[in-house]
Each structure stands twice: as structure tokens, then as C-alpha cells.
Ligand binder design. Structure first.
Ligand code: SAM
Length: 272
């Protein structure tokens, strides 16, 4: 969404003039029916994903989304993540889940995917690409493990013109994010270089955050930042510096999306 620019400031007369504050606030308090984060699976539905598909969830953490895909589409999923703790966390849940037999959890990275050439019909990547040091290497590896005409569905956050350098430094520095990954042009160029055709781009902006705030399932990130700043030393002493920084970074990440400084997108990339 492009922010409208006004050349003239609001005057005192206008600000305290003849308009209805209650009506204006009521209009803004009305839900815009934002899509929830599960909307990423609607993209898979549109692609016709089904039981014959072999899916790689790269950066799949503990297999949570892999289980959701197996449940909804009956597909087989290999969920790959480089953090041993994530794999360990997922093992019991996967073993006990009704669709757990469809999931394999494996250690690995997007730069070195533990799979044969053409092993998958779909590569799914949700909210992990920000950590990637070299987009060309990562996307070439995704293309390698995809069968001919296979598809990659990638969700990632990108920076908009509203993000100031000092804000970028702060949010990326606390979230192990590689600043170059936030460029739309850079990403699209890397996707083409890896041999992908960009079949669709869905700009979600801040919709997922609106949805989770409306549902009451997300924390109050602004309140978190206020407390993190006011009680910095005490919180660092209590939870440790790394936890402090990551929680702070996650709150800034979320707020910057709601401010339109970062925006969420879903790309559908076809292996040419
Ligand atoms: C923000 S979490 C997202 C997890 C999950 N995809 C989701 O949407 O909830 C990012 C994940 O990417 C993983 N990750 C970090 N660097 C990676 C890499 N080079 N290759 C694959 N996964 C990576 C992390 O271990 C973490 O589980």
C-alpha cells in the first residue's frame, strides 16, 4: 500500500473543527476482515496440493506447519531446520500426531538441503528467508531439490520505503536477520537467477498482525517494548541478554509491520 502524501499540514482550525471524533474512531475500530496467517495454506490449496505431493518445509522449526499441511492436504512433508532444539521439540508432537507418519524432521539448512535432486514437488518456506546469508546459494539449492515444474511458496517480510536506517539496524540486529534479504528487487532478481518464474505475489502487508490482534492471540507488542525499555537492566539480569534482545527484536519486527515499515509477502515461484 502506498502512503498518501499531504503537502500541507493539518491546521489548528481543522484539527479542532467540525468533525465527529466518535464517528471517526468507530470507523477505524471496524474490522477490515484481515486474513489470518493460515491464509498461506489457501495459496497451497489454489495450487492443488494433495496426497501425491512431496513437500519440503525449509526452516520448518519443530514441524508445526508440516503437520498442518499433512493434516489439510494429506501430503508427505520433510521439515528441515538447523536448530537441534527445534527438531527435539517437534519429535514427540510428531510421533503422537494422527498425521505424524507423514512427517520427517531433519537437521539441515537451506544452503545444504539433505535431499536428492528433484526430491520434492513443493518447497514451502515461511518466515525464514531473512536469516539467509546468500540468497543465490539458497534459492539454487531449493531449485535443485524441486522436481521439474515444481513450485516454491515463500513467505517473507520485506522493507518498505518507510523503514529508516536506524530502525532497520535495530530490528535486524536483534533478530539475526540479514539486511540484504529485505529488498524486494534483490529477492526477485535472485529468484530469477536461480531459474524460477515469479508466478504470483500476494502483498499481505500487516494483515496477519491485524488478524491476530483482533483474535487476541498475539501479545501487546507496544506494551512489551515499553517495559523492555523501562526495565532494561532488570530484565537482562532476569532473562539474559540474548533472550532480552530477541524478544525486543520480535516486538519491533511486529510493530514495524503494523506501521507499514515492513510488509509480509507470499511468493509463488515456479521452477522453469
Ligand atoms: C522465525 S522461525 C520460522 C519457523 C517456521 N517456518 C514458522 O513460520 O513458524 C525461522 C526458522 O528458520 C530457521 N533457520 C535459520 N537459518 C536457517 C537456514 N540457513 N536454513 C534453514 N532454516 C534456517 C530457524 O532455525 C527457525 O526455525
Amino acid at each position: 500500500m502506498a502512503d498518501r502524501k499531504w503537502s500541507d499540514p493539518v491546521t489548528v482550525e481543522q484539527m479542532y473543527g467540525d468533525w465527529d471524533w466518535e464517528a471517526a474512531v468507530a470507523a477505524v475500530d471496524r474490522s477490515l476482515d484481515p486474513r489470518p496467517s493460515s491464509s498461506i495454506f489457501d495459496a497451497l490449496e489454489s495450487l492443488g496440493v494433495g496426497p501425491n505431493d512431496r513437500v519440503l518445509d525449509i526452516g520448518g522449526r519443530d514441524g508445526h506447519h508440516g503437520l498442518l499441511m499433512a493434516e489439510r492436504f494429506g501430503c508427505r512433508v520433510v521439515s528441515v531446520d538447523p536448530a537441534p532444539a527445534n527438531i527435539q521439540d517437534g519429535e514427540k508432537t510428531v510421533a503422537e500426531h494422527e498425521h505424524g507418519h507423514l512427517i520427517t524432521l531433519a537437521l539441515g539448512t537451506i544452503e545444504q538441503i539433505p535431499a536428492d535432486d528433484g526430491a520434492f514437488t513443493l518447497v514451502f518456506s515461511r518466515d525464514m528467508f531473512a536469516h539467509v546469508a546468500d540468497a543465490d546459494v539458497a534459492l539454487a539449492e531449493c531449485a535443485r531439490v524441486l522436481a521439474a515444474n515444481g513450485v516454491m511458496v515463500l513467505h517473507q517480510v520485506f522493507a518498505t520505503d518507510l523503514l529508516e536506517p536506524i530502525e532497520a539496524e535495530q530490528v535486524f540486529g536483534h533478530t539475526a536477520a540479514v539486511p540484504e534479504r529485505f529488498s524486494v528487487d534483490g529477492f526477485e532478481q535472485a529468484a530469477r537467477t536461480a531459474g524460477f518464474t515469479i508466478e504470483d505475489v500476494e502483498v499481505l502487508g500487516s494483515e496477519w498482525y491485524e488478524a491476530s490482534q483482533e483474535a487476541g492471540t498475539a501479545p501487546n507488542y507496544l506494551l512489551q517494548v515499553s517495559r523492555l525499555r523501562r526495565a532494561q537492566d532488570a530484565l537482562i539480569a532476569e532473562i539474559g541478554e540474548v533472550a532480552y534482545r530477541v524478544v525486543y527484536g520480535n516486538a519491533l519486527w511486529s510493530i514495524n509491520q503494523m506501521l507499514g515499515k515492513l510488509e509480509s509477502r507470499i511468493y509463488v515461484l515456479r521452477r522453469s
